[in-house]
Design a protein around this ligand. Structure first.
Ligand code: NAD
Length: 368
């Protein structure tokens, strides 16, 4: 490896621009050296916006590039498995966007391939990095809330009812809100409470989404606009999750509404995406009140990010790259890894199975 970790990005779309490139810019231990995307016009634009890099129309060329040490994969969901396997074959560490694959089987295959090659692997579960989420986790793990008994999350977005592009076709996305949004909340609930044991799920489609934003007809959506589950954790705690992208009035400058809380035997703590530098805390007999997140939880350890800069609901996302690069330079597992991506996927798959069968489903997440 060169002096700096040389990073390649596959998929030069929205999330690379919003999270990953600012994260790379902030981290003096790494540099962006190559990008791959089949959209030639976008590649040219990114060369202007992100600075000069090697540019490839095919991801296979980036996966073979010997001067790339690590890859961030931020492409439509159906491409994650093949791209990850190609990058691992090229001996590169991989951070891949969520959902890791289209199914638990795909995600577990990605985990085993990275583990067996001794390469670093990370799932881009962004919200684990929110200061308030990190502090809620600390409160749960330190016992400050007593025994955790209950988890709740709600994620509502007010998006247009027009086409969602690749995100609305099963073969390309796997599922809708469930794989796009609720899977994050499944992940962080397991990080807070431990593994989910069994669930009962439901999904619904509210709109056909058969027109593009500019009014052209298109094939209707095949995926859910609303996803929900109730579940039981291994430790005996209960959980309730709900999300939708079509909740009118919840636009809030694109940030939507997000609430997640843990209720324990002695106290409760809540996280909100829209106020990530504060938590809401309450103790038995008291009232839930806003409390600032202590300074040491505002960035992940070592991150050079100044938490007073930028929009709080956006900037914590830059710490993902810090964690990925730290795992590479320190020779340790990145957190969350592909194992976390796969176990969240097992639960998300079970939501679809449960709804189809109208039955509770036991979670099977044997990573092999
Ligand atoms: N972690 C998060 O909070 C978060 C947020 C948004 C999106 N995502 C995930 O990131 C991924 C990308 O989402 P997005 O919003 O950036 O989508 P997008 O449609 O804006 O961008 C996807 C890009 O991938 C490119 N692409 C398509 N096929 C490719 C291929 N075979 N090789 C290389 N590039 C290819 C497209 O041309 C496009 O530029 C998805 O898996 C999504 O679920 C995660």
């Amino acid at each position: 490896m060169a002096n700096k970790v040389r990073i390649g990005i596959i998929g030069a779309g929205a999330v690379s621009d919003y999270h990953h490139v600012p994260g790379i810019r902030l981290d003096p231990r790494c540099e962006l050296v190559a990008i791959a995307d089949p959209n030639e016009a976008l590649l040219q634009q990114r060369q202007k916006d992100w600075g000069p890099t090697r540019a490839y129309a095919n991801y296979e060329d980036l996966a073979r590039d010997p001067e790339v040490d690590a890859v961030i994969i931020a492409t439509p969901n159906f491409t994650h498995l093949a791209q990850t396997l190609a990058c691992l074959e090229g001996n590169k560490h991989v951070m891949c966007e969520k959902p890791l694959g289209l199914s638990f089987e795909e995600s577990a295959q990605m985990f085993r391939a990275a583990r067996d090659r001794g390469l670093r692997h990370m799932t881009a579960f962004t919200y684990r990095f929110a200061p308030s989420m990190r502090y809620v986790r600390h409160l749960v793990k330190s016992g400050a809330l007593g025994t955790p008994r209950h988890f709740r999350s709600q994620r509502f977005l007010d998006w247009p009812e027009t086409s969602w592009g690749w995100r609305q076709y099963k073969k390309l996305a796997g599922a809708g809100d469930l794989f796009d949004m609720t899977i994050h909340r499944i992940d962080f609930s397991q990080d807070l409470m431990g593994p989910i044991k069994s669930i009962c799920g439901a999904v619904a489609q509210f709109a056909p989404r058969d027109k593009t934003v500019d009014g052209q007809p298109c094939a209707p959506s095949e995926v859910d606009d609303w996803s929900s589950l109730i579940g039981l954790f291994d430790n005996g705690a209960t959980g309730v999750w709900e999300g939708s992208t079509l909740m009118k009035g919840h636009h809030n400058n694109g940030f939507g509404y997000e609430w997640a809380e843990v209720n324990g035997s002695e106290g409760s703590a809540a996280y909100q995406l829209t106020d990530p530098n504060n938590v809401i805390l309450g103790k038995y007999g008291g009232t839930m009140e806003k409390v600032p997140v202590p300074k040491e939880f505002l960035v992940i350890p070592g991150s050079p990010r100044d938490p007073t800069q930028g929009v709080p609901s956006t900037v914590f996302r830059y710490d993902l790259v810090w964690e990925f690069v730290s795992a590479i330079v320190e020779g340790r597992d990145a957190v969350p890894g592909f194992d976390h991506g796969a176990t969240a996927q097992a639960v998300a798959d079970a939501v679809l199975e449960s709804f189809e069968k109208r039955a509770w489903v036991e979670i099977q997440a044997d990573l092999g």
